[in-house]
Design a protein around this ligand. Structure first.
Ligand code: PHE
Length: 357
């Protein structure tokens, strides 16, 4: 027999379960919580009233009440779970980008894109400067015969000057000795030969490309490096034209505060010859460790075409004259960007390379 305080327990439980299942939102649920499962709930009040019962009855009624509470609490928790699940679904639906049939499911990380190495960029910039000055750009082979790399450039076999360009010889057997070119100067010979054959003199060209020397890599040398060669063959060309071209190039590429100077030098294929130097880009001419306190940095070589070279390609030196110059592209990049160690250009450390996008 049910004792008086719990007489309506079944009906009260049914009412609570009905209320729970009709709670429409999480807010409503939160508001109703104290009245359903909290201290102010009808079940909590009934719990208190059990104190007035005899111990036997109390045990019996307590168990019934306990079971009713568990049922109500479970129903409440399930309702909360259901309401929060649908609230989440509503939120996602509201956030969905409306692209018709397309549903955005994840953020797409754009693929990382590479960029040309600093040497390639520098080569292009140098070409641009010379094209702006009226030069055309020409190409030549990286593997040359002894004739193009040395002999036509007035460097006979066993000439001590070959020591300057000690190189990698390619063993192909007789009759020709083949070398990886040590400078871009052999491309001068190809260009002059072609111009003579096709009757297309004059020549105003630059010739960039890769070169090889038997050098040990250090802060300012790489055994595989790049040069850009310049060649002008025309009527009435003088040393002043050479100096003017070098100076115009230097200011255009390095900036107005960097000047050029030509210092007497020696190359077998030019006469007179000059080392081509620019204001030190580190100290701007004041003198520092990089320029050995001179304020100047050597960039390359230059000079008037030697009559022996014109003879070798069959150009009449009475009618035509010209000059040539050649300097390192890697060295240019190093000086312009003040790179302490040239080896950084080929080490493929992206932390270095990324700075030159
Ligand atoms: N070929 C020379 C070198 O590599 C540079 C040079 C080019 C000098 C053209 C004079 C004229 O050292």
């Amino acid at each position: 027999m049910t004792s008086p305080p719990l007489a309506d327990l079944a009906a009260q439980k049914a009412e609570l379960l009905g209320t729970i299942s009709s709670l429409p939102t999480l807010d409503a649920l939160r508001e109703a919580e104290p009245a359903i499962v909290g201290k102010r709930s009808i079940l909590a009040a009934l719990q208190k009233s059990l104190g007035s019962l005899e111990p036997d009855e109390r045990r019996n009624a307590g168990a019934l009440l306990q079971e009713a509470r568990r049922e109500v609490e479970t129903a409440f928790a399930q309702r909360r779970e259901m309401l929060s699940r649908s609230a989440r679904a509503e939120l996602l639906e509201a956030d969905r980008l409306d692209l018709g049939d397309v549903v955005v499911s994840a953020v797409r990380v754009p693929p990382s894109q590479g960029h040309p190495n600093l040497v390639a960029t520098t080569q292009r910039e140098l070409e641009d400067v010379f094209v702006g000055m009226g030069f055309t750009v020409a190409d030549g082979p990286e593997v040359e015969s002894d004739w193009y790399n040395f002999e036509a450039l007035n460097i006979p076999p066993a000439h001590p000057a070959r020591g300057l360009w000690d190189t990698f010889y390619v063993e192909l057997g007789e009759p020709e000795t083949v070398v990886l070119r040590t400078h871009t100067s052999p491309t001068q010979i190809h260009l002059m030969e072609a111009a003579v054959a096709n009757g297309t003199l004059p020549i105003h060209s630059v010739m960039p490309g890769r070169c090889y020397r038997r050098d040990t890599p250090d802060a300012s040398h790489l055994p595989t490096f790049h040069q850009i060669e310049g060649l002008v063959v025309d009527r009435g060309i003088s040393f002043a034209d050479l100096a003017g071209v070098i100076e115009t190039f230097t200011r255009a590429y390095f900036g107005a505060d960097i000047a050029s100077r030509l210092r007497p030098g020696y190359f077998p294929f030019t006469e007179p010859s000059a080392e081509f130097e620019i204001t030190c880009t580190i100290c701007r001419g004041d003198g520092c460790r990089t320029c050995s306190q001179t304020g100047w940095l050597e960039l390359g070589g230059s000079g008037m075409l030697d009559p022996a070279v014109l003879d070798a390609v069959g150009i009449d030196g009475e009618q035509w004259s010209g000059f040539a110059f050649g300097f390192g592209i890697d060295r240019c990049a190093q000086m312009r960007h003040q790179i302490g160690d040239m080896r950084a250009l080929i080490e493929n450390d992206t932390r270095f390379l990324r700075q030159f996008t």
